[in-house]
Design a binder for this molecule. Structure first.
Ligand SMILES: [Zn+2]
Length: 196
């Protein structure tokens, strides 16, 4: 964590209120700026081939996928090159969610199909646990995509780091550990200027 000491104080964060030890952002643009400024390795860019080796038939279906919306047309080339979810539109995400992919990737696609763009952070590569930051004005709820190795299922949870609570009280099996990791991650990213 020595790297943190090099970070400079950003003016914009000085004005943010702190709740439960975290600086609260009410505008995602500020939060994103802060993330980019303080943690260049913050974003995770999962691709459709995450955790699986798609068979030729699946790859063929992926390469033939089409949509006429501007968002897809704009990023189509990049998507075909990288297979990264971030380059998809919600329409294509719906279609791709029918393919044989890693359960956690299917869950990301389904959420994208319903709610649109999200930015991801890999919290743990082991299970894996992926955080999803929805592009809303407020950054209060974080999607926590959790893959259960034993049961071979992926489940989405929602966590509010400011209130330290889980949506509907539903938390992943080692939820307390995950909470701790999320808070640590957010502190590292948002709280560089905490006074001692
Ligand atoms: Zn589309």
């Amino acid at each position: 964590m020595k790297k943190e000491e090099k970070f400079k104080i950003a003016e914009i964060k000085v004005e943010r209120p702190v709740k439960k030890g975290l600086r609260e952002f009410d505008d995602l643009r500020d939060a994103i700026r802060s993330m980019e400024e303080h943690n260049s390795g913050f974003y995770f860019r999962p691709g459709l081939n995450y955790g699986v080796n798609p068979d030729p038939a699946t790859l063929n279906k992926i390469s033939k996928i089409e949509c006429n919306c501007d968002e897809f047309l704009k990023h189509r080339e990049e998507f075909l090159k990288t297979l990264e979810i971030r380059f998809l539109c919600k329409h294509v995400a719906t279609k791709l969610a029918e393919l044989t992919l890693h359960p956690v990737i299917l869950l990301l696609l389904l959420n994208k199909a319903k709610h649109g763009r999200e930015r991801y952070v890999l919290l743990s590569a082991e299970e894996p646990i992926i955080l999803g930051f929805v592009s809303l004005a407020k950054l209060k709820w974080i999607n926590v995509y959790h893959f259960d190795n034993k049961r071979d299922v992926a489940i989405r949870f929602s966590y509010n780091p400011f209130e330290n609570k889980w949506s509907y009280g539903k938390l992943p099996p080692d939820g307390t550990n995950i909470e701790h990791k999320i808070i640590t991650l957010l502190r590292r990213t948002f709280l560089q200027i905490e006074k001692r």
